[in-house]
Design a protein around this ligand. Structure first.
Ligand SMILES: [Zn+2]
Length: 72
C-alpha cells in the first residue's frame, strides 16, 4: 500500500490545476488541516489533510530529505 509522504516546506504537484495555471504548491503549514501556497500566484489555501492527500500527485521538491546522493 502506498502512502504519500510530505513535509513542511515541500513543493508538491497537484492533480488539479490552480486557476492561475500552476499546479505546484508549497506546504507552508501542517496540522489537521494543511495550508498550501500556490507557487504561481502565491495564493494560499487551507484544506483538510484527507483532501490534500487525495488531490496531491507527487512531491516535486523536498526540503529536508536529500539523503540519497550528494549533488552540490
Ligand atoms: Zn495559483
Amino acid at each position: 500500500m502506498e502512502r504519500k509522504q510530505f513535509e513542511l516546506g515541500d513543493v508538491v504537484q497537484m492533480k488539479k490545476q490552480h486557476p492561475c495555471g500552476s499546479n505546484e504548491m508549497e506546504i507552508i503549514r501542517m496540522g489537521m488541516d494543511i495550508r498550501i501556497k500556490c507557487v504561481g500566484c502565491k495564493h494560499s489555501v487551507l484544506i483538510p489533510r484527507a483532501k490534500f492527500e487525495k488531490n496531491m500527485k507527487k512531491v516535486l521538491r523536498s526540503k529536508s530529505s536529500e539523503t540519497s546522493g550528494s549533488e552540490m
